[in-house]
Structures are given as C-alpha cells and as structure tokens.
Design a protein around this ligand. Structure first.
Ligand code: THU
Length: 134
C-alpha cells in the first residue's frame, strides 16, 4: 500500500467521527507488517475528557485484536487548514507499541507530510525505561 492509499483510508473515516462538541473530525489508519489496516475516528463525549482520539481508536482496535509489535505506518488526517498533528497522548500511546513507527500527517487538501514518531516524541518514555527503575 502506498502512503497516499493509507492517507485516503484515514480520510474515509472522517464521516464516522462523532464530534458534536468540537466539530473537528479526525481520521486515522494504522498499518501492520502483514498489510492489515486498522482504522479509527475520534469519538467525543459530553464529559469532554472521556473523548477518544482517532489514532487511539485505531490503536486500541488493533491491540484488542492481537496486534502489538508489528505496526509500520499510521496516517492521521483532518479537514484542518494546518496538518492534523497527533496530540501528546496519542504520540505516547503509539510509542508504547511502535517507537519506530512512520507517521503520515494530512490536512484538508489531502497534502501530507511523512515523519518518524521519534521526531514527534523525542526522548520518549517506553516499556524499556521501566526496566531501569530501582
Ligand atoms: N483529536 C484527535 O482525534 N486526534 C488528535 O491527535 C488530536 C485531537 C480530536 C479529539 C477531539 O475530538 C477533537 O480532535 C478536538 O480536540
């Protein structure tokens, strides 16, 4: 699958976003090494803090179906003027399972940039760091 195809899979998810509060739909598509793609959208809640982002929806769908250490690329997209950058919580959740992940970030006109998760989350804290505790 090309980067463009993965980005378009994420764009297809915008129609499922539940965003009555922010009116800011986000879509995501997470690719595994075997080519399986898990998609997600943001799902908001009247208790605002219970909202889940599109990237974490896709990640949790994947992990709950047995995928853990085989994530290759993630696309995250929005209708926003600027690129739809993943929030800090999503960067952290992705880093747990895939510090070497490639991330594609798109904006309203379907243009996207490609960069490593390590660039989005430098010096990230992960499972290996816990092993070094006292
Ligand atoms: N949102 C995402 O889905 N992913 C991000 O990484 C950034 C923020 C959603 C959450 C909320 O529904 C809306 O965008 C506005 O914050």
């Amino acid at each position: 699958m090309t980067d463009r195809e993965l980005v378009e899979r994420a764009f297809e998810m915008l129609r499922f976003s539940y965003v009555p509060y922010s009116k800011f739909p986000v879509g995501a598509a997470l690719e595994c090494a075997d080519g399986t793609v898990f998609t997600g959208c943001n799902v908001e809640n009247s208790a605002y803090g219970s909202t889940i982002c599109a990237e974490r929806t896709a990640l949790v769908k994947a992990v709950s179906e047995g995928h853990r250490d085989d994530f290759v690329r993630l696309a995250v997209v929005g209708n926003s003027k600027d690129y739809c950058w993943p929030c800090g919580a999503c960067r952290q959740m992705l880093y747990e399972f895939a510090p070497e992940l490639t991330v594609l970030v798109a904006r309203w006109d379907h243009q996207f940039v490609r960069l490593p998760l390590r660039e989005l989350l430098p010096h990230g804290f992960g499972p290996k760091d816990l092993e070094q505790g006292s």
